[in-house]
Design a protein around this ligand. Structure first.
Ligand SMILES: Cc1cc2nc3c(=O)[nH]c(=O)nc-3n(C[C@H](O)[C@H](O)[C@H](O)COP(=O)(O)OP(=O)(O)OC[C@H]3O[C@@H](n4cnc5c(N)ncnc54)[C@H](O)[C@@H]3O)c2cc1C
Length: 443
């Protein structure tokens, strides 16, 4: 349905836990972004709406969808810089820069995420132990705010708003274009090595050791179907294949929604079967293999069925940043609540992260642990207990990934929650930019 150039569409968060009938505006001219003030409503920006949490929509806001702002504006090979519009997807960006052996190394795991969405969530990629988050690749940005107008942002200009915008979940206005600092990336194929681990402790020490090696991306896949096998699995290490100079294969272009839910296939039994098959296949194959760029950098591309098999009710993800000093205590407490609730966990993975925690950004020099859960009552209770552990052990839970988090938990886990809220309220006095999450977190 289209009213005054606005389309009303039922929209879901990626984890399907939240939905709303949302008014979308898809501007393709600067004037159309400026004219949004005519509607006299609150706004929120949207890229590809691939966030697990409802960050890009709210029932009372117009979602400003930037997908038509996807042009390359400037490219300077000598300076290794590119200026792009924020609706460009990662695949569109990389299909261009990789022709010149350049990229940004902080690439979140799905090719159709937009640069604007990645910046507003301060996304990280496979190599986050080495390269941190996308913040490290930004040189400058131009944003438009309905009340504050056009602003150029960088470390030198409007520094405070610049900092608030990176990981600012779309609340400082619309990022219209951005200049990125590119890095050299010659050989675009990888060799993936795997090491079998039998416990959580073994996994963490292996990851810590391997993450120190040059040019390698390290992460794990672990079992979590019962306490006995918790942590059993493999540590994978992607290393750039210097021997292989095969031409780069283009990353496929975006097709229609590949995530439409299927029948709910996942349950304790099917997950146990799928996990053991995966385990035995890995256990019986070579300890290394050659991998291409797309399968390493975009691990979920082509594996969308994993998400579809949660069915219409979807799933929840908990992604946590835990310090090395408290990781053992965390898993002790985790096992204790596991015994009580026997949750159904579909994914358990560990990697290292590098960065400095500020505002609501999910970055720190910590261990990043991820769990996916089927959406059911028992798991939601289990996750509430996890929240308490986070508060107790000063763990940072991801707002981008966990769509359930309450204001109370975020306030207690993020030391800079109040500072972020106050600065946003000071900058946007009428609080024009509002999402489902900003409302829940009372920002
Ligand atoms: C399969 C899959 C794998 C993923 N892997 C990773 C990963 O490895 N690492 C990681 O960090 N994340 C990962 N993510 C999460 C993803 O990077 C973020 O949720 C990202 O924000 C999604 O981008 P999007 O274009 O869909 O933005 P949306 O979901 O549409 O929006 C996300 C946020 O960005 C804001 N925003 C969007 N565009 C603009 C703009 N132009 N100006 C201002 N604000 C804007 C929105 O208001 C919202 O707050 C993954 C997501 C999926 C679905």
């Amino acid at each position: 349905m289209s009213i005054n150039g606005l389309e009303k569409t039922k929209t879901f968060s990626f984890d399907r836990s939240h939905s709303a009938k949302v008014l979308f505006k898809r501007p393709d001219k600067f004037r159309e972004i400026e004219d949004l003030s005519k509607h006299n409503r609150t706004l929120i920006n949207t890229g590809s709406n691939l966030s697990y949490s409802p960050l890009g929509f709210y029932k009372n806001s117009i979602s400003v969808k930037l997908k038509k702002f996807n042009r390359i504006i400037d490219f300077n090979l000598k300076k290794k810089e590119i200026t792009v519009e924020s609706g460009i997807t990662l695949s569109q960006l990389l299909n261009f820069t990789l022709l010149y052996d350049l990229w940004i190394p902080q690439i979140p795991g799905y090719p159709f995420i937009t640069i604007g969405g990645a910046i507003a969530s301060d996304a990280h990629g496979k190599s986050c132990a080495l390269h941190g988050t996308i913040k490290n690749s930004i040189k400058e940005m131009t944003i438009f705010h309905i009340k504050n107008g056009w602003l150029s942002l960088s470390e030198k200009e409007n520094k405070e708003i610049y900092n608030l915008t990176i990981g600012g979940i779309g609340l400082t206005g619309t990022i219209v274009n951005v200049t990125l600092k590119l890095e050299e990336f010659k050989n675009k194929n990888f060799i993936t090595y795997k090491t079998k681990v039998n416990s959580v402790n073994e996994c963490i020490s292996e990851i810590t050791k391997k993450s120190k090696e040059k040019d390698s991306f390290v992460y794990s896949w672990n079992m979590a179907e019962n306490l006995k096998s918790l942590g059993k699995g493999f540590v994978f290490q992607n290393k750039i294949n210097n021997g292989n100079v095969e031409n780069f294969k283009f990353i496929p272009e975006e097709k229609k929604n590949k995530f439409l839910p299927f029948l709910p296939i996942w349950n304790k039994l099917t997950l146990k079967t799928a996990n053991w098959i995966f385990y035995y296949l890995n256990n019986s194959s070579n300890h290394f293999r050659e991998d291409d760029f797309t399968s390493v950098i975009f691990p979920f591309y082509g594996k969308e069925a994993y998400f579809k098999f949660f069915g219409k009710k979807g799933f929840y993800e908990s992604q946590l940043l835990i310090s090395e000093n408290t990781i053992e205590d965390f898993f002790d407490e985790f096992k204790f609540i596991y015994k009580k609730f026997n949750p159904t966990i579909s994914l358990f993975s560990v990697k290292n992260m590098r960065g400095t925690q500020e505002f609501l950004r999910f970055e720190d020099n910590k261990i990043c642990v991820t769990f996916d859960f089927i959406n059911n009552k028992k798991n939601i209770l289990f996750m509430s207990e996890l929240d308490k552990i986070c508060v107790k052990l000063k763990i940072i839970p991801s707002i981008i990934k966990d769509s359930r988090l309450s204001k109370k938990i975020v306030e207690q886990c993020y030391p800079e929650y109040s500072r972020f809220r106050d600065l946003i309220n000071n900058y946007d006095k009428k609080r024009i930019y509002k999402s489902e999450i900003s409302q829940r977190l009372e920002i």
